[in-house]
Design a protein around this ligand. Structure first.
Ligand code: ADP
Ligand code: MG
Length: 260
């Protein structure tokens, strides 16, 4: 087991406004697996990732990464945010953006060069080293953010709705890119999305969260073959069945949230 979230509870408490962002969540993720988390907007998905990444302290409960309790950003963990526009530094060239976490980690220069080259190659941006982020399209900027995470060679990669802001075709390409990166690197991947189809297409498992107060509504194994592609996987009867199951569960969780 690479990642464990146990009885995680999070309340934002500020100046008379109290928001229970996470009711209670527990789950664990095996090393090298690809798990998607899906839930309605506002249900605490980003809060969950920030707690796992050690950027936010839980109100109670705990997170462990590779057996160690998270109290700050764990070594070997990388995160790709939804808002790639703000996650890249506009004054740094693409290669320097990708290099930044490696420098911060004290990786020797000679090694950094190779890691940056490989990562940019892996996301199909071998020609973009010298460009500035603002010269690139949204989809390309998000590729840079992914390259930055890959170059760091994380053992755990967290992604927070990384493709929400790109067009449908780019999104399909990025989904396939991330599956191939996962297969190649053997990284443990926790991928948050509000898109049911995306969750089923990408994951080996889909964890469905309920509306607030957030809990795990269902934890579903996606028993589709590992070799996936946009046309045949999405056209597979089993895919339709699984997405129907996730859809029904999310609807149910929403209704429960409203009547509570
Ligand atoms: P999601 O990512 O699923 O859309 P979030 O984790 O962003 O959900 O937010 C969960 C809930 O917590 C929402 O009601 C949101 O308004 C609230 N929230 C998020 N961040 C803060 C914060 N810094 N202070 C107060 N409330 C917050
Ligand atoms: Mg969010």
């Amino acid at each position: 087991m690479m990642l464990s979230v146990s009885e995680l509870h999070k309340v934002y408490d500020g100046r008379g406004r109290r928001v229970e962002a996470i009711g209670e969540i527990s789950f664990s993720v095996d090393e090298g697996s690809f798990v998607c988390v899906v839930g309605p907007s506002g249900c605490g998905k980003t809060t969950l990732l920030r707690c796992i990444a050690g950027l936010l302290a839980p109100t109670s409960g705990e997170v462990t990464v590779a057996g160690a309790r998270v109290t700050g950003p764990p070594a070997g963990l990388a995160i790709v945010f939804q808002d790639y526009g703000r996650s890249l530094f506009p004054w740094l060239r693409v290669a320097d953006n990708v290099d930044l976490p490696l420098r911060a980690a004290g990786t020797p220069r000679a090694q950094r060069r190779g890691l940056v080259d490989e990562a940019l190659e892996a996301v199909g941006l071998a020609d973009a080293h010298q460009a500035y982020p603002w010269q690139l399209s949204g989809g390309m900027q998000q590729r840079v953010a992914i390259a930055r995470a890959i170059a760091y060679q994380p053992s755990v990669l967290l992604m927070d709705e990384p493709f929400a802001a790109v067009d449908a075709q780019t999104r399909a390409d990025l989904e396939d890119l991330i599956r191939s990166v996962w297969q190649r690197l053997g990284v443990t991947l926790l991928f948050v999305t509000h898109d049911i189809d995306e969750a089923v297409y990408l994951g080996q498992r889909v964890i469905m969260l309920s509306a607030s107060p957030t809990r795990v509504a269902e934890d579903l194994v996606i028993d589709l073959p590992d070799d996936r592609d946009q046309l045949s996987t999405r056209g597979d009867a089993r895919f339709t069945e699984l997405r129907g199951r996730v859809y029904a569960q999310i609807q149910k969780a929403k209704l429960e949230g409203k009547t509570r």
